[in-house]
Design a binder for this molecule. Structure first.
Ligand code: C2O
Ligand code: CU
Length: 484
C-alpha cells in the first residue's frame, strides 16, 4: 500500500514464514467473569487501568485502560428492540464518556462530550439506556481524549441480536487493533503528537486480534462461523483476510447486505468499520489456516489462525448458501431530488503535494474558523472548518425526515475515514451512478477521491461527523450537524 510513507518498524515474528506448528487452542472468552449488575438492572461497567498480555503469555504485561479492566471490554449483548442499560463508572484519573458507534439511538445517549452530555468526571458515573432499533455488530468506545484513551484500550463490542437468529454454529467477535509499544511492553505515550496528526495518525507496530498476540480459533470441519470483525485502531486501515476460506459478507457496519463474497477474501476496514462474515470451515480435519492483515508494505502478518480439530467433521458437508440477514428498520427511501446537498472537502495535513490546491498554500490565520481547536492543532479541516466537533455552529441544520447528500472530497495526501453519528448512509457507486447495496456509518475516502453518500436525517439532535482516524479528528477534522 502506498500513501503511508511514515511507519514505525514492524517488529519480528508473525510473518507467515515462521508459523509454528504447535497449537494451543485458546479459549475465546475468558471475558465473562466479574460482570456487575446493579439492583436497578443496570450493567455496571468500570473504566479503569489494568494490564493485558498483548505480546503473548511469555512476555511481560502491558498496562492498559479497559472497560472492567479489559481490552476489548466485555461483549455486551442485547436483543433487537430491548433496552440496554449500562452504568459507566469512571475509575480513571481523567474525564471520559462512552460512544455507541453505529447505533441509531436517542441523541442524549450518543456519548459526545459537550455536545450530548457532560464528561464523566473521575469517580462519577453516567447511565446509558436505549433500545437499539437495528440488529447487528456495533461497538462502544471512549469519545474523550480519544487519542490517548482509545489507544490505551477503552473499547468493546456491542452485539444486537436478531429476533430470529440465523443458523450458525458459533458467533465470534474479532477486534483488530494496532498498538504502539515500547520495548518494555508499555504503551508509547506520545498520544496526539504533531507528527502523527500531520500524517497517517497513530499507527502501532504491534497488531492483535482480541488483544491476543496470535488468536487461535478452534473449528471443526464443515462448521459455520459468524465472524464479527471490527477495526478498533486509532488510525490504521486494515486489509483483513481469512486465507483459504471464502469470506461471505453478510453485513457491513452493522447493517445486513445481500450476501456477497469479498474479492480475494480481502476486507478493507477503516477504523470503526465492521463486517459480519459467515465462514464455512471447509478444510480437512487437522488443517491450519492463517488470518492475516497487511503490514502496509505489501506483506501479510498473521494475527490469528483457524485451527481444525483432528476429529470427525461436524456435518457431512458445509451448510448451503445462507439466507440474507433480516432487514433492519432503517429509512431506506432517499429523496435525492429534494436533498440538502453539501460539499465536504477534506483538507490539510502534511506531505505537501496538494497543500497548494486546497489550502491556499497553508493554514494561514483566518483561513479557517478554527473554533475550539487551539491554533497549533489546526492541522485538518472538514467543510472548511477546523474544529472539535462540539464547539461553534453546526455545519448544517436539516429538518427531520429530509435526505442529506454529502460529497466528501479528499484534497489531502492521506486517506480519511468519514464517520457520521446516529445515521447510516448509502454510498454512490461512481461507475453506475447507483447506490451500493449496503449501508455504512464510516466510509474510506482515498487520496484524490470523492465519495458521495446520502442518508435520511430522521434522528433529531446534535450529531457529530468526523474522520475516524482519531489523530485527524483531534486535530480539526470534526464537525457537527443538527437535525430539528
Ligand atoms: Cu466511533 Cu465519533 O465515533
Ligand atoms: Cu482523516
Amino acid at each position: 500500500m502506498t500513501g503511508v510513507p511514515f511507519l514505525h518498524p514492524l517488529t519480528r515474528r508473525r510473518l507467515l514464514a515462521c508459523i509454528s506448528a504447535t497449537v494451543t487452542a485458546v479459549a475465546l472468552s475468558k471475558r465473562s467473569f466479574g460482570a456487575e449488575t446493579a439492583a436497578d438492572g443496570y450493567r455496571v461497567l468500570h473504566a479503569r487501568p489494568d494490564t493485558a498480555q498483548l505480546r503473548g503469555k511469555d512476555a511481560g504485561p502491558t498496562p492498559i485502560w479497559g472497560y472492567d479492566g479489559m481490552s476489548p471490554g466485555p461483549t455486551l449483548r442485547v436483543k433487537q428492540g430491548d433496552e440496554l442499560k449500562v452504568r459507566l463508572v469512571n475509575d480513571l484519573d481523567q474525564s471520559t464518556v462512552v460512544h455507541w458507534h453505529g447505533l441509531r439511538l436517542p441523541n442524549a445517549m450518543d456519548g459526545v462530550p459537550f455536545l450530548t452530555q457532560k464528561p464523566i468526571e473521575p469517580g462519577q458515573s453516567f447511565d446509558y439506556h436505549f433500545a437499539p432499533p437495528d440488529a447487528g455488530t456495533f461497538w462502544y468506545h471512549t469519545h474523550f481524549g480519544s487519542s490517548e484513551q482509545l489507544a490505551r484500550g477503552l473499547y468493546g463490542a456491542l452485539i444486537v441480536e436478531e429476533r430470529d437468529a440465523p443458523q450458525v454454529d458459533r458467533d465470534l467477535m474479532l477486534m483488530v487493533d494496532d498498538w504502539r509499544l515500547l520495548d518494555n511492553g508499555e504503551i508509547q505515550p506520545s498520544f496526539g503528537n504533531f507528527h502523527d496528526a500531520m500524517m497517517a495518525g497513530r499507527l502501532g507496530q504491534y497488531i492483535t486480534l482480541n488483544s491476543e498476540d496470535t488468536l487461535d480459533i478452534s473449528v471443526k470441519t464443515n462448521e459455520r462461523l459468524r465472524l464479527r470483525i471490527v477495526n478498533t485502531a486509532n488510525s490504521r486501515i486494515f486489509q483483513f483476510r481469512t486465507a483459504q476460506h471464502v469470506a461471505r459478507v453478510m453485513a457491513v457496519d452493522g447493517q445486513p447486505c445481500p450476501p456477497n463474497v469479498a474479492p480475494n477474501g480481502v476486507l478493507r476496514l477503516a477504523p470503526g468499520n465492521r463486517v459480519d462474515l459467515f465462514l464455512d470451515a471447509t478444510l480437512a480435519p487437522g488443517a491450519r489456516a492463517p488470518i492475516t492483515v497487511d503490514d502496509l508494505r505489501g506483506g501479510e502478518l498473521q494475527v490469528g489462525r483457524l485451527v481444525y480439530d483432528a476429529g470427525p467433521p461436524l456435518r457431512d458437508k458445509p451448510l448451503g448458501e445462507p439466507q440474507p440477514l433480516p432487514d433492519n428498520p432503517i429509512p431506506a427511501k432517499l429523496d435525492v431530488a429534494n436533498a440538502l446537498k453539501l460539499d465536504v472537502p477534506l483538507d490539510g495535513g502534511g506531505m505537501g503535494m496538494m497543500m497548494g490546491r486546497g489550502m491556499g498554500g497553508g493554514m494561514g490565520p483566518g483561513r479557517f474558523q478554527g473554533y475550539g481547536v487551539p491554533p497549533q492543532q489546526r492541522i485538518w479541516a472538514l467543510a472548511g472548518v477546523s474544529a472539535t466537533g462540539h464547539d461553534g455552529p453546526p455545519i448544517f441544520t436539516v429538518a427531520r425526515g429530509r435526505t442529506v447528500m454529502l460529497n466528501f472530497a479528499n484534497r489531502s495526501a492521506f486517506p480519511h475515514a468519514m464517520h457520521v453519528h446516529g445515521h447510516h448512509f448509502r454510498q454512490l457507486d461512481p461507475s453506475s451512478e447507483g447506490w451500493r447495496p449496503y449501508w455504512l456509518d464510516t466510509v474510506i475516502v482515498d487520496v484524490e477521491r470523492a465519495e458521495r453518500v446520502a442518508f435520511v436525517a430522521d434522528n433529531p439532535g446534535k450529531w457529530m461527523m468526523h474522520c475516524h482516524m482519531i489523530e485527524h479528528m483531534a486535530a480539526g477534522m470534526a464537525a457537527w450537524f443538527q437535525v430539528t
